[in-house]
Design a protein around this ligand. Structure first.
Ligand SMILES: [Zn+2]
Length: 369
């Protein structure tokens, strides 16, 4: 797959494109064929004076959202855009300056970021994910300053790594980090890939859990608590599958991960599509950006989600739970983040891979085999 540079297929002279004969996914169903207007960076309503582009009966989705990635360069955002992923939530990044430089670039995938995560000194992630001293929280007393620093740097939410091999935060430290995040009006997102880590995160009242246990599937009591507390789950099945298949961890089971998603879904826990895509040098579990989100949708369906709920997990729900009010739905006034595909993803989720064209903030990306 190749593409022209972003900007090469801007809307016509009037700055307006009328995309005709497309079936829009409205968050619940596919609408009958209609016209969608792209006006500058927004979805418009009036096709008068627009350059017409025949959608030829294709399906038009809101741009897909990957709720767990790691981004280190601009090329990654270009790749994500070409593959239909128009917003990503970065879940740990060593450089606030880098994040700032990647925010709001016209035509590229939009980025939100946790920035520096809260790591226990000596844990595996402190040697791998972000090695900066600033990330290391030794004691609950440091939580307030840590969160204040992240807020000053522009972090969109606070990431706390719990249960990383080698060393871990005590309960009081996790409690203090979550309380500090909430004092600043920020969501607390917990990395938790073991049963015990999920319990610690839930005890502290985190808003979002990411990953799912590889040692033991979440049980009914655990998912019932998640649902009752309004907690969100970003399971990253793609990463769990990668860890099990590539690293061959002795106590790790993909069946546990899949079972946790099935249990959480049955309990009514909102599930968001996230991949943990990363291209970090030395990562033991690199996952490619963009195509991995299409794979994640397939894994969510395999774990029991309907195709509709898998699609919502990458559109409506991340927009709702991460306060991205201007996207997640392809309607007038929203950001013109759009994905035109062949085939009906409500019948077969693999249709999201059949990309014909992507718009990121109204700027088109041509696709070709
Ligand atoms: Zn991650």
């Amino acid at each position: 797959m190749s593409s022209t540079q972003p900007g090469a297929s801007r809307p016509g002279a009037a700055g307006k494109t009328a995309l005709t004969n497309v079936r829009v996914f409205d968050g619940q169903q596919l609408r009958p064929p209609a016209t969608v207007v792209i006006e500058a960076d927004r979805i418009g309503a009036d096709p008068a004076g627009a350059t017409v582009l025949d959608g030829d009966g294709g399906v038009l989705l809101p741009g897909l959202i990957d709720a767990h990635v790691h981004v280190r360069d601009r090329g990654t955002l270009e790749r994500l855009a070409r593959l239909g992923v128009t917003t990503v939530l970065d879940m740990a990044n060593p450089s606030p300056a880098l994040v700032d430089s990647l925010r709001g670039v016209p035509g590229l995938t939009a980025l939100r970021s946790a920035g520096t995560p809260a790591l226990a000194p000596g844990c595996l992630h402190a040697r791998m994910l972000v090695t900066d001293e600033r990330a290391q929280i030794k004691h609950a007393d440091q939580a307030g300053q840590f969160v204040a620093d992240r807020v000053a740097e522009g972090s969109d939410y606070i990431k706390i790594v719990i249960g990383s091999p080698g060393a871990d935060h005590d309960q009081a430290t996790v409690d203090a980090l979550v309380a500090a995040a909430h004092e600043h009006g920020k969501q607390a997102v917990a990395h938790a890939s073991s049963y015990a880590a999920v319990a610690k995160a839930q005890q502290a009242g985190v808003d979002v859990l990411t990953h799912v246990p590889l040692d033991q599937a979440l049980d009914e009591a655990s998912v019932a608590r998640m649902a009752a507390d309004g907690r969100i789950l970003i399971p990253t099945l793609t990463m769990m599958e990668t860890l099990v298949s590539r690293l061959g961890l002795p106590a790790a089971s993909y069946a546990a991960a899949r079972g946790s998603v099935a249990a959480a879904y049955r309990a009514g826990v909102p599930i968001l599509a996230g991949t943990d895509a990363n291209a970090d040098a030395g990562s033991p579990a690199a996952v490619s950006h963009g195509d991995s989100l299409h794979h994640e949708l397939e894994l969510l369906v395999d774990a029991g989600l309907t195709s509709l709920d898998a699609l919502r997990a990458a559109t409506v729900l991340p927009a709702r739970y991460f306060a991205l009010q201007d996207r997640g739905v392809a309607g007038p006034g929203r950001r013109a983040d759009l994905v035109l595909i062949d085939g009906d993803p409500l019948q077969d989720i693999r249709a999201t891979r059949r990309l014909r064209r992507v718009w990121c903030g109204g700027i088109g990306h041509e696709l070709a085999d």
